[in-house]
Design a protein around this ligand. Structure first.
Ligand code: ARG
Length: 456
């Protein structure tokens, strides 16, 4: 027996039943579904469909179902095609015909859209909270690794010296933008479709604003067809999570590389590493590799639902049932990614000595060119001159920072005794206190800015 089988002359094929059934995954929406039904029942009472006593009966019945579900006391039946029908069936079994009036003026189309929007709002709020914890861990690292000068890379070739804190803060600021993408998706989700009915608007003139207030929605959908058909809020959420996943994968990649014996810049805590089943010496950064690898899942979930959604006319089609699994999957795995990365960062051991020992004096080549440019040589020529000096250093195996003034003068007579300040990594940093630069004062300002952002 199906709730909708009045016009049917025979039951669905068993395989069709299984194919159609979304309960195995949409039962995750039970709390949202029950909240939505309580708000709907309350609205129906206001227009006289339920008496106050009946409303109490319905509300208690619904709450009882949720409690029992949370305590593992609910058994679903094969005819429960989704969570909405399951809850309604159990309600009617428990409180009788009064329960059968709950679906007055409502459709599963506005019901499921409401449930998913409620779920998305809660889930993104949580994602943002966990993301903020990761940002705090990043700031902790920036403050902790404050004095460490490391090679900054382009093409994974040593480029210019930077403060390690500067590197960490780059992570903070992109996370801030990822956060605003998530927050925007949350705002998109924050619109209540309930009262849209199947698609033309409910035939019962309930007060939609009051329902939205009860459910905590910021706005009410101004168009019922849009209300039931739109899933842009899911696509946007998946997109924001994919973007965050991609960003995080890049930092994971750096740390994986830096934790190799060849680099030795960092060491992961044992608690966040794993061993090999055959090579006893191995300690692998699996936490970071999974973090990096899950970016594929996040992008895949976005692609998967974008492909489904494309070309679905208005309004509701069963294709839209395919929205939930990618959404739940991305939300669940992103929460783990963020939490694990936070712990990896907090427990990370940074090997200051290895980093400092690795600094190649040629990292200062740009500063030599800047020196000549400051003394009036056009930068393009300064670049050439220093290029020749670099070639000389490599050929003679001479560290650039140990060249004598006489040696330097062979390349340009602009060099004077004050060139000495180009020999120091600290000086290279000090000359970059420009807003956003890696100079110590600039980095300190970045940390202050980050903290004020976190306090907001
Ligand atoms: N399980 C369905 C979904 O997730 C609920 C909506 C069903 N609506 C319908 N017209 N068949 O989309």
């Amino acid at each position: 027996m199906k709730m909708w089988d009045g016009r049917f002359s025979k039951p669905s094929d068993a395989m069709m039943e299984k194919f159609n059934n979304s309960l195995p995954f949409d039962k995750a929406l039970i709390a949202e579904d029950i909240a939505g039904s309580i708000a709907w029942a309350t609205a129906l009472q206001r227009i006289g469909i339920f008496t106050s006593d009946e409303l109490t009966l319905v509300v208690n019945g619904l709450q009882g179902i949720l409690d029992d579900y949370n305590n593992g006391l609910i058994t679903f039946k094969p005819q429960d095609e989704d969570i909405h029908m399951a809850v309604e069936r159990i309600l009617v079994e428990r409180i009788g015909d009064t329960g059968a009036r709950l679906h007055t003026g409502r459709s599963r189309n506005d019901q499921v859209a409401t449930d998913c929007r409620l779920y998305t709002k809660n889930a993104l709020k949580k994602t943002i909270d966990v993301l903020i914890e990761l940002q705090r861990a990043v700031v902790y690292r920036a403050e902790n690794d404050n004095q460490i000068i490391m090679p900054g890379f382009t093409h994974y070739q040593q480029a210019q010296p930077v403060l390690m804190s500067h590197y960490w803060m780059s992570f903070f600021f992109i996370l801030e933008r990822e956060k605003s993408r998530l927050a925007h998706a949350l705002t998109t989700a924050d619109m209540m479709p309930l009262g849209s009915g199947a698609m033309a608007g409910s035939g019962f003139n309930v007060d939609r604003t009051k329902i939205a207030e009860q459910l905590g929605f910021a706005t009410v959908s101004p168009n019922s067809m849009d209300g039931v058909a739109s899933r842009d809020f899911i696509l946007e959420s998946l997109s924001a999570i994919a973007s965050l996943g991609i960003t995080i994968s890049r930092y994971a990649e750096d740390l994986i590389l830096w934790s190799t014996k060849e680099f030795g810049f960092v060491e992961l805590d044992d608690a966040w590493s794993t061993g090999s089943s055959i090579m006893p010496q191995k300690k692998n950064p699996d936490s970071l590799e999974l973090i990096r690898g899950k970016s594929g899942r996040f992008v895949g979930n976005y692609m998967r639902f974008a492909t489904t959604l494309k070309g679905i006319g208005l309004t509701y089609f069963k294709d839209l049932q395919e929205d939930k699994e990618p959404l739940f999957d991305s939300i669940t795995h992103m929460e783990m990614v963020l939490k694990v990365f936070t712990q990896v960062l907090i427990t990370l051991k940074v090997n200051k000595e290895n980093i400092t020992n690795d600094l190649d004096p040629l990292l200062l080549a740009t500063d030599f060119a800047d020196y000549l440019a400051r003394k009036g040589l056009p930068f393009r020529m300064a670049h050439k001159v220093v290029g020749k000096i670099v070639a000389y250093c490599i050929e003679k195996s001479r560290p650039m920072t140990q060249l004598t003034l006489e040696e330097l003068k062979q390349f340009s007579d602009i060099f004077e005794a004050d060139v000495e300040k180009c020999f120091s990594f600290e000086e290279a940093l000090n000359s970059r206190n420009i807003y956003g630069g890696t100079g110590p004062r600039s980095v300190k300002a970045q940390i202050e800015l980050a903290k004020s952002m976190l306090d907001k």
